[in-house]
Design a protein around this ligand. Structure first.
Ligand code: ARG
Length: 286
């Protein structure tokens, strides 16, 4: 019997999907009736049925990946509730509630906290403005935290105390990429060989934040302005399958090269509210 010895360099990175549990909110009441980010144009009518159909494609994609998908009931008059990522930040069974910057979205905070409570999570009411997973991204053991447009940097300190993890503050500078999850994609939800990787858009950050990103993630994927402009970074990965905007074609190519399996979905109608795949997805980590 002969044994074949493979050179380590010849072995492609084998990526393993990790089971995910997420919370979503069907966009039954979706519309754009106010403007709190540059993507929103309230004077242009929206197609709620199309938004629902596109959202269902995302929902079914997650079911197809064997994710556990939980649902929160949409509330009339809260059109942005579909962007579940902003509803809080959940880690180790603790749900740190959201406190929204703009009055239009403020009632969503308590609505999501009620859902967390009823679903068995320990809810911590926030003392500072923060928009949940829109600005908090868990990468391995570290939480990257955005500020500049929405979440107050004091919420970063607050979250660090609550969950006992390192929280790294990053400053966002481009109003089109107002939440951290529009400027960074987490590629590895759990660290592989002690390392978890990201993809990001350099121009969305100030120089000190860029230095941090370059130092911590030397192998990060750098996406094009074109891909970022369709919210390509606003994606959701299980460590192998990466659900992305179908129009982010160069990001798709780069993911494939690195051994990931990109899956494109079209959320163009929801993009008119300024959100994409990740915005519609809140991770529940029990
Ligand atoms: N219209 C919403 C807002 O401006 C979009 C939220 C997008 N969510 C996200 N996680 N980036 O607040």
């Amino acid at each position: 019997m002969s044994t074949t010895i493979l050179e380590p360099a010849a072995v492609p990175t084998r990526r393993t999907p990790v089971h995910r549990t997420v919370l979503m909110c069907r966009p039954d009441h979706f519309t754009v009736s106010y403007r709190i980010n540059p993507w929103m144009h309230p004077q242009v009518p929206t197609d709620t049925a199309l938004a629902v159909a596109q959202w269902e494609t995302l929902y079914n994609t997650y079911l197809g990946l064997d994710f556990d998908v939980r649902l929160i009931d949409p509330i009339e008059g809260l059109p942005d509730m579909v962007y579940a990522a902003n509803g809080g930040f959940v880690l180790d069974g603790i749900a740190y509630g959201a406190s929204f910057q703009y009055p239009e979205r403020q009632p969503e905070g308590p609505a999501y906290m009620d859902w967390f409570r009823e679903s068995g999570f320990r809810v911590v009411e926030p003392a500072n403005v923060n928009e949940g997973e829109g600005d908090f991204l868990l990468v391995g053991d570290v939480i990257l935290a955005g500020t500049g447009f929405r979440s107050d940097s004091q919420s970063h300190t607050e979250l660090a105390e609550i969950v006992g993890r390192e929280v790294v503050t990053l400053n966002l500078v481009n109003p089109s990429f107002y939440h951290l999850d529009t400027a960074i994609a987490v590629l590895d939800p759990v660290a592989v060989d002690g390392h978890a990787n990201i993809a990001y858009l350099p121009s969305a950050f100030d120089e000190p934040s860029l230095r941090i990103l370059r130092e911590r993630y030397p192998n990060a994927i750098i996406v094009t302005e074109e891909d970022a402009a369709v919210l390509g970074l606003n994606s959701f990965s299980d460590g192998y399958n990466v659900v992305i905007a179908s129009r982010a074609t160069d990001f798709e190519r780069q993911l494939r090269e690195r051994g990931y399996n990109p899956i494109g979905v079209d959320l163009s109608e929801l993009l008119r509210g300024g959100g994409g795949v990740k915005c519609c997805t809140l991770e529940l980590r029990s």
